[in-house]
Design a protein around this ligand. Structure first.
Ligand code: GLY
Length: 575
């Protein structure tokens, strides 16, 4: 046991006993000055990570590096990196302050509650997912610029320049990108401008080792570098994006783009076994689900049972079930009235809910569905991406950004090279209708003009027991699985003393209240444990593949180091 694993023992001891931190001869004191850190970047793509590392090397701070990395990902990881999507940025400042920027997409002014219903009143999944009508008003460009303006140190054009060069000069297609392009081929082929950017003339996707050049995106990035982020929202570029979407049946308008504004929000806060946890507030459900679940778990001695024991998995599933039930019932855009009647992240709420958890049997999700007319959560596809950055001064950024589905709507706007999101499908698509086979229809997350759709993204920071120094910065893609992925990594570190590498690589599972089943990563848990879970009444299903990919920073040897998830060929970089 090394690094954070050992120090976690100390954190827990300090948290429980209220004592100071005592070295054990191997562990590093987490209160060592942050100035020992050189900075680090962790994200899904090595070229983008190097862009962030280069910014740190040139004297930029963590915000500068995060912005440049996110812009580079819009080129090198088009499945999720984006100009045409949105995201959330959580920043711990060296001064001790934690701030949160919401640059989530909004519904266009022309959106209506029933815009994705067909003539028979059924949800038209295709219209909600593919093409121009699925597009929410993008927030990424103004969001990244807003973060830089307030907390960065470098000029915008210098942060855009590396992305511009990558798009113009090209980059080598890696295995993960080749795979994602192959998976998205049919969707991209449906739109001529998308096919022109991301497919060869014969309709085949670029393969591993090919050089991918994106001249139209380079030209757009060049405009943004020269004219500033507002050029995305008003003027010729904005007009071209709107014209392309309207021609293709979308309802985005120039007024929508011009009116888009990111929001600074207060992050949610809590503790888990003495560790301080800071997470995403609404309109993301991420932080709320995370804290509610962790609060519930505090009442159980998971450590004694063991990480992969059926009792541990069962208890974690029961906690997830309750937190996701609350998510479905109460959460949405806080600026449009979504407000739980009490604090879902309070220890008291967890105490009350915990009384209903039985160790010997699963609670059927329908048994905790009071207040719902019907019940179901739609299956979500899982493309989003997370990056973390720290600098030598002690600033730490945890940033999750998304187009929603892989390659978003698959719709590139005309000759701008900008791939647009399909975030509208994160709304509840049919008012009042909920069934075990259909989507949720509760009021807080119904479509309305200008409203932000509920997210699950969970950029998160975990501090030591004195609440001062970041010991873990993390997040993940994965749609509704995101909070559970983050929870499991935190539990691995705090309860089971895993090293950061072990914690990130360990097998994962997901339960989201409805559908009422545990989705396990393939090969996770042996058959005997699975049988014990079935014996308690759980339904088990193997997932189609990995659950998320966590790109984290973890305090090891007195400084934060990057940990990229081995589920995907992610990367870390240092200045
Ligand atoms: N579109 C994924 C999320 O925001 O949770």
């Amino acid at each position: 046991m090394t690094s954070i694993g050992r120090r976690v023992v100390l954190f827990i001891a300090a948290g429980i006993a209220g004592a100071g931190c005592h070295g054990d001869g191997v562990a590093t004191d987490y209160r060592r000055p942050s100035s020992l850190e050189r900075g680090a970047v962790a994200c899904v793509d090595p070229v983008a990570a190097d862009v962030g590392g280069g910014v740190l090397r040139r004297g930029g701070n963590a915000v500068d590096a995060a912005v440049a990395t996110a812009l580079a990902l819009a080129v090198t990881w088009p499945a999720a990196g984006n100009l045409g999507g949105g995201g959330f940025l959580l920043l711990h400042r060296a001064s001790g302050e934690d701030v949160f920027l919401d640059f989530r997409e909004t519904a266009p002014a022309g959106a209506t509650e029933t815009m994705y219903l067909d003539d028979a009143g059924r949800i038209d999944d295709h219209r909600a997912s593919d093409g121009a009508l699925a597009v929410g008003v993008p927030g990424s460009v103004r969001g990244l610029d807003e973060a830089r303006r307030r907390y960065g140190t470098m000029p915008w054009r210098e942060l855009v320049a590396p992305a511009c060069a990558l798009a113009r000069d090209g980059f080598i297609v890696r295995r993960s990108l080749a795979r994602s392009l192959a998976n998205a081929r049919d969707r991209l082929a449906a739109f001529p401008d998308s096919a022109a950017v991301y497919l060869h003339a014969d309709g085949t996707p670029p393969r591993e080792g090919d050089t991918l050049r994106l001249p139209s995106l380079a030209s757009t990035l060049d405009t943004l570098a020269r004219d500033g982020a507002d050029a995305f929202y008003r003027g010729p570029l904005a007009s071209a994006i709107v014209l392309a979407t309207r021609r293709a049946g979308g309802c985005l308008s120039e007024t929508d783009l011009d009116a888009y504004a990111p929001n600074w929000r207060v992050p949610v806060r809590g503790t888990y076994r003495g560790f301080h946890v800071v997470g995403a507030p609404l309109p993301s459900s991420g932080g709320t689900v995370l804290l509610e679940t962790l609060n519930l778990l505090e009442g159980f001695d998971l450590r004694t049972w063991g990480r992969d024991d059926a009792r541990t998995v069962h208890t974690m599933v029961e906690a997830m079930r309750l937190a996701y039930r609350d998510r479905a019932r109460w959460l949405g855009d806080p600026d449009r009235g979504a407000a739980p009647p009490f604090d879902l992240t309070s220890k008291r709420h967890a105490e009350e809910l915990r009384r209903g958890i039985r160790l010997d049997r699963a609670t059927p999700s329908l048994d905790i569905a009071e207040g719902f007319d019907v019940v179901f959560e739609p299956e979500e596809s899982h493309e989003t991406t997370h990056l973390t950055v720290c600098d030598a001064s002690g600033n730490v950024v945890s940033l999750t950004t998304t187009l929603n589905d892989s390659f978003g709507s698959a719709f590139v706007a005309g000759d701008t090279g900008v791939l647009l999101n399909n975030e509208m499908s994160d709304f509840d698509l049919k008012p009042g209708f909920t069934s075990t086979r259909g989507p949720i229809g509760t009021p807080p997350n119904r479509i309305a003009p200008g409203k932000r759709m509920l997210s699950s993204m969970a950029p998160t920071l975990v501090f030591g027991t004195d609440g001062r120094e970041v010991v873990l910065a993390l997040g993940s893609p994965g749609g509704r699985t995101i909070p559970n992925t983050v929870i499991e990594v935190i539990v691995n570190v705090v309860d089971f003393e895993m090293t950061p590498r072990e914690a990130v690589d360990h097998g994962r599972f997901h339960h989201q209240w409805l559908p009422d089943r545990i989705v396990l990563e393939p090969h996770y848990l042996d058959e005997a444990t699975r049988e014990q879970l079935r014996g308690r009444g759980h339904v088990l299903r193997d997932g189609d593949g990995p659950q998320g990919d966590v790109h984290a920073l973890a305090r090891v040897g007195g400084r934060l180091v990057g940990v990229a998830d081995s589920r995907i060929d992610g990367a870390t970089a240092a200045p």
